[in-house]
Each structure stands twice: as structure tokens, then as C-alpha cells.
Write a protein that binds this ligand. Sequence first.
Ligand code: FAD
Ligand code: SF4
Length: 434
Amino acid sequence: MPHSQDTPLAELLPPLSEHEALVEANRCLFCYDAPCTHACPTHIDVPRFIKKISTGNTLGSARTILEANLLGATCARVCPVEELCEGACVLGAEHKPITIGRLQRYSMDFVYGGDVQVFGPVRATGKKVAVVGAGAAGLACAGELARRGHAVVLFEKRELAGGLSTYGIIGLREPVAVAQAEIEMIRRLGVEIRNGVELCRDVALADLQAQFDAVFISVGLGGAPALGIPGEEHIVDGLEYIEQSKMDAGMLRVGRRAAVIGAGNTAIDCATVAKRLGAEEVTIVYRRSESEVSAYRHEMEFVRKEGVDFCFLAQPVKVHAPEDRVTALECLRMSLGAVDTSGRPAPVAVAGSEFVLAVDQVIKAIGQQKPPLAQALGLKTQRGYIDVNAEFETSARNVFAGGDCIRASGVCSTVMAVQDGKLAARAIEKRLGS
Ligand SMILES: Cc1cc2nc3c(=O)[nH]c(=O)nc-3n(C[C@H](O)[C@H](O)[C@H](O)COP(=O)(O)OP(=O)(O)OC[C@H]3O[C@@H](n4cnc5c(N)ncnc54)[C@H](O)[C@@H]3O)c2cc1C
Ligand code: SF4
């Protein structure tokens, strides 16, 4: 896969050369009952794929990865490997862990860079499945079903498939071309993708139930919630900000001094984009302390190295925008109180502690709302998320769901969504009796 580092948001890490991949693969101890495989949510047989790289069998290595995880190219780039496979590597205790993500990318680049076919044609079963939402969960589910000969139609409301991999994860980690190459592979498995079709607007769940043997819903989450503060209309939505940085960075308005509200990975990504696209000062404003941020440690270190500042224990209360020009973000100092329902100490306002940050752009990156369709579909919900049983089946028979839209715990990742899609496909196949 081509790699270009000539723009500030181009993929951060270069690919491994063949020599580097062989040297790295030969460091692997090929553990029996390997902890990295257990730590991977899709349980890729990591020592097996690395062994194949070390013997020059890159296609075999790619097949091992794709058997467990059809979105191996995306996951190789976006997985928080420090917390997953690489974090579990036994070499990590004394030496450097094997760079599993980069080796996985090496094998996947071999497939997509060379337009290599990994899976051959299969016999049609005559069963039809509708998948709604072409993000990681929907693509994985659709691909797994197609690989087993089922006819799959994937309905996606947006112009491009890929969900957050296409529109939401910054180009530094995953370029749009990587997500689109994977989508092409899913198409070639036989999946028909119908873009521009929205469930509940263009098609009803009852229609899909009538036309297909099973339905899988993977619609992700909603937009960012409102802050409810004066001047909110001048705040830029963080997900739209990232989307534009991926689709048309030249048209993105970047402030000279930007404040980013929130401290999860969307906030880290927005701050990185702003800084790399020329903002002189970028400050992440968070109402709790550093111990409560939901971003990973390595993300915090990264963004600090990028030159981003933090303002902890500060709650935005007003955007100052005389004549529609943002000039400041007014905040209140907070202290930490008793533990609240989120399991973290609640931020408590310190009376009379108002202060202003002089900024000319305010970006909101406070996470996504619960899936807006959960109620509208008339399915049973849990804390606002679609409720499923152990087989990923919703309260409606033969209607399954997976990915962020079922994740009531609030902890989401691409590789978890891929695993949901894969397991749901197996459950659907069992139900279809083929
Ligand atoms: C800014 C950001 C950065 C992230 N970075 C990382 C990261 O580095 N690593 C990581 O592992 N995870 C990351 N995540 C989380 C990860 O992107 C998600 O967990 C993952 O994309 C979930 O996949 P999904 O298929 O459930 O949902 P999505 O990717 O959101 O896909 C849902 C799809 O459904 C479509 N859809 C919605 N409603 C309808 C409808 N009514 N009809 C038809 N289609 C519909 C949407 O258009 C979309 O294509 C990040 C998330 C964000 C917001
Ligand atoms: S899918 Fe992610 S967690 Fe699993 S082995 Fe690959 S990089 Fe590691």
C-alpha cells in the first residue's frame, strides 16, 4: 500500500521493509498458548501469522489474520496495541514487545498493495441477510456471511462505507484509502453495498424482516450531545472537524488558538489535527483531573509531544463571540467530589472561580450520544443501547445487532466491533440452519 508522508496528517508510521519485517518476526518466541492471541479481541493466531512472515509466506500470514479478523488492515493501524496484543507480549517484561500491529500491517499491505485474492468463490446457500450500517461491525458481519455463501445486502446511509474508519479516525492513524481497500475486498466477497439508504427514513425494519431471512443492525452511535451553554452555536463539532480533515483538509478552518473540550480519544485527535494544521496554541479543557481522562496514557504522551496543553478541572460555561467572532472560552474552576454513577469523582464547581481562555476556535469533543435508532426501532434497550443476548440477537427474532450501538458499557473499539460482527455472523448462520 503506498505511503506518503508529505502532508501533516499523512499516516504517521512508515511500513516495515521486508528486511525489517523478517528481523522483527524472527524475534518472536512463538509462544504456545500465546498471551497476545488471548489479548486480541478477535483472537488472531498471532504466533502463527508471524511465523509465516518469518518463512516468507506472506500470503499465508495474511490468510491467518483474515480468518480471524476481516478488517486486519484497519485493526493493524488503529488497535490500542499497547493495551492489547503487544501489552501482553512476554518480551515486554525485559525487552521490547514484538511490534505485532506493524507486522500485521505488513501482511495486510501485501494483500491490498498487490491486489491479492485471499479467498476463493463459494457455493451459494440461497439465504439472504440484510446488514444495516457499513462500519467495522457491519462490514465484518457482511463479509463473514458472504464468505459462507449467503447473499448479503449492506445498507449504508452515507456516501462512503467504512463508518468511523472512513470518516472519524484521523488520517495519521488510518488513511481513507486503507478503509476503502478493505471495503472493496468485502464487495469482492459478494456483498452488495447500497449507499445512501437510511434505516427508518428510506427503508423500515419491517420491510427488511419481510425481504430477508435475518437482519444485522450496526448503526454505531449518534452525534455529540449539546453542552447547553451560551454561545454553543459558535462551537465546532469535533467529529465534523476530523471528517473534514480527512475528506478536504484544505477547506478546514483552523484557529490560531484553539480550545478542545473533552479528554477522550476524539479530543486527542481534534487537538492533533488543529496543531498539525497550523494552530499555534491548542488547549484541551477537561472538567475532571488527569487521573480521570478516558484517553490512553500513550495518547496523552503523544499529544503532549505534539505541543498540546491541558487545562484540567475546568468546566466551559460560555463562548464569547462578539460580532460572531469567537474571542474567548469562559470556564469555571472545578474540584473533585464524591464518586458519581460513572464511577469517577464528580466535578464540583468552585463558586466565583470564573476565568477566560483567549481562543478563536472552540471544538467540542465530548463523545457520542447513545444510538438514536435504539428507541425508534421498537427494540428492547439497555441504558439506551440496543439490548442483545449472548448470540447478539435483539428482542425481535432474527434481528441481530453489534458494534458500538450495543455497547452499554460505553467502552468501544474497532476490534471489538469486528469481533461482534464475526460472532453475530456465526449466530445468524446457525439460525439459518446452513
Ligand atoms: C474520533 C474517534 C476516534 C476513534 N479512534 C479509535 C482508534 O484509534 N482505535 C479504535 O479501536 N477505535 C477508535 N474509535 C472507536 C471506533 O471507531 C468504533 O468503536 C468503531 O468504529 C465502531 O464500529 P461500528 O461499526 O459499531 O460503528 P461505526 O463505525 O460508527 O459505523 C456505523 C455505520 O452505520 C451507519 N448508519 C448509522 N445509522 C444508519 C441508518 N439509520 N441506516 C443506515 N446506515 C446507518 C453510519 O453511517 C456508519 O457508517 C474512535 C472513535 C472516534 C469517534
Ligand atoms: S487485531 Fe488488533 S489486538 Fe488483535 S493482534 Fe491485531 S493489532 Fe493486536
